[in-house]
Design a protein around this ligand. Structure first.
Ligand code: PLP
Length: 471
């Protein structure tokens, strides 16, 4: 299996080559040359497999430069009951008629990003050891990504994490989760500024190519193909739990920000998983809902990007969206390069409403979309708690609210549960009048000693910190 760039760069690469890279050299995103097709016989066999074995089967279709036995061992080491809390790893629970919740948030940081990041940690350690190299991951986080990266990389050989976050702006629980890590290879940098300042610092450091090379700076952001392909696995696992035979179809609803999670659903569908609809749910930051309704993709400015109570979906643009548009445009890199490389840079928007391919997003690829607001979130959390005794987090509430518009008789609707409510306790209190339950091993974490360095919003000082902490 070889990988190409959505913007047409002539190089073709193997999995482990793109594993440690971010964007392709031409600014495009990596995708496999074609999607491997799953036969009905394979589906029947996979249906009976425990999660780590299913992960191995899916991943081995995409990875031809890690020996099978090593890859299998990595999958078994990653998806354990000890790390993910249950044998199913992603247990499916029925909610109301025809609607199921697939729990993706039982990992170490209680959000779905653990599903991919835990695998990435083990893949990085394996590949760096094989090459005899080291990597210093520099990132910016407002919460979920940074903690998932740190819990995945902590104690891993050959990897250090330098994670910037806006000083004093994450929830106390999120701060405690990250800053209580005492591992020597994890460095928390609280930046005196907002999340954008953190992102600007990461960009400035990455644009200093000499520094980047000398200090082996890398990233783990959501455009990484390995993260995406790890997420494909739980679409299969959700399907198998909701159906009895491969003749049945299901739909998925996915709370979306950067289009990473739902893009994995698109890939699973392209491989032949019997998915009817892929329903995309946004919060007030509705860049993607607008596109799927109108054909217009419009990047938001800072003033039009809202801070919401489902903060992990507060995006101004959707960094994985180019992958889907590449498929939508018949895998023709020319127009993708024009839209994403030129039109977006010049106008901050592009318009496919008059292009006949736009209709294919619905008809051929099964996409639907909807939007949810703070008031919807509160209503949905309250209603789900009252009727079923289940407390859902704010992002999952956005998904469930939108899912209800698209439920069809006879087609199970699987809503992806992307975080646990304790991470967003303030909104749960607003909705229910009391705090959500806290998993026992998170009792009292706010009181643990914190390991964090406060720095001004200055790339030079972050560089100096990295350079001084390489042992
Ligand atoms: C990251 C995140 C999302 C959005 O996922 P994308 O892959 O960016 O679409 C949704 N919910 C939670 C809890 C998240 O952490």
């Amino acid at each position: 299996m070889l990988y190409l760039s959505t913007r047409g760069h002539p190089d073709r690469k193997h999995f482990c080559e793109i594993l440690l890279e971010g964007l392709a050299p031409d600014g495009g995103l990596y995708l496999p040359e074609q999607y491997p097709q799953v036969t009905p016989e394979q589906l029947s066999k996979w249906r009976r497999l425990p999660y780590p074995e299913l992960a191995f089967e899916v991943l081995s279709l995409y990875i031809d430069d890690i020996p099978a036995e090593d890859l299998r061992a990595i999958c078994r080491r990653t998806y354990t009951e000890e790390v993910f809390g249950t044998k199913e790893i992603v247990p499916l629970e029925p909610l109301e008629d025809g609607v199921w919740l697939e729990a993706l948030s039982n990992g170490p940081t209680l959000a779905f990003k653990d599903m991919a990041m835990q695998l990435l940690g083990n893949l990085f350690e394996y590949e760096l050891a094989r090459r005899g190299e080291e990597l210093n991951i520099l990132g910016a986080t407002s919460g979920d990504t940074g903690s998932a990266a740190e819990y995945a990389m902590k104690g891993k050989k050959g990897v250090r994490v330098f994670m910037t976050s806006p000083h004093g702006r994450m929830s106390p629980f999120q701060q405690a989760q990250m800053f209580s890590l005492q591992d020597a290879n994890i460095h928390n940098l609280a930046i005196e500024g907002v999340f954008d300042d953190c992102q600007d610092i990461v960009k400035a450091v990455s644009n200093d190519l000499d520094f980047k090379r000398k200090y082996k700076i890398g990233t783990v952001n959501s455009i990484n193909w390995a993260r995406l392909v790890a997420q494909v696995v739980y679409y299969f696992a959700g399907y198998f739990q909701a159906t009895k035979s491969n003749a049945e179809q299901v739909s998925f609803t996915v709370p979306s920000g950067n289009f990473g999670n739902i893009c994995a659903g698109h890939v699973a569908r392209m491989m032949g998983l019997p998915v009817d609809k892929l329903v995309l749910a946004t919060n007030e930051n509705d860049v993607l809902d607008e596109f799927f309704r109108t054909g217009i993709y419009r990047v938001r400015g800072g003033a039009d990007t809202y801070e919401t109570s489902s903060p992990s979906m507060d995006i101004s643009k959707a960094s994985n969206f180019e992958r889907f548009v590449f498929d939508l445009l018949g895998r023709d890199a020319g127009p993708v390069k024009r839209l994403f490389g030129e039109e977006l840079a010049k106008n901050g928007r592009f318009d496919l409403s008059a292009d006949p391919v736009f209709a294919l997003a619905r008809t051929c690829y099964g996409f639907r979309s909807g939007k949810s607001t703070h008031a919807d979130r509160l209503t949905t959390i309250r209603d789900t708690h009252q009727r079923f005794g289940v407390t859902i987090d704010t992002h999952t509430a956005d998904g469930l609210k939108v899912a209800r518009h698209f439920v069809q008789p006879g087609v199970p609707m699987i809503v992806l549960e992307t975080a646990q409510p304790i991470k967003f306790a303030a909104t749960i209190v607003e909705a229910l009048g009391h705090e959500p339950d806290r998993p026992t091993h998170f009792q009292g974490i706010e009181g643990l000693p914190k390991r964090v360095t406060v720095l001004p919003a200055d790339a030079a000082q972050v560089k100096a910190f990295v350079a001084a902490h390489l042992s």
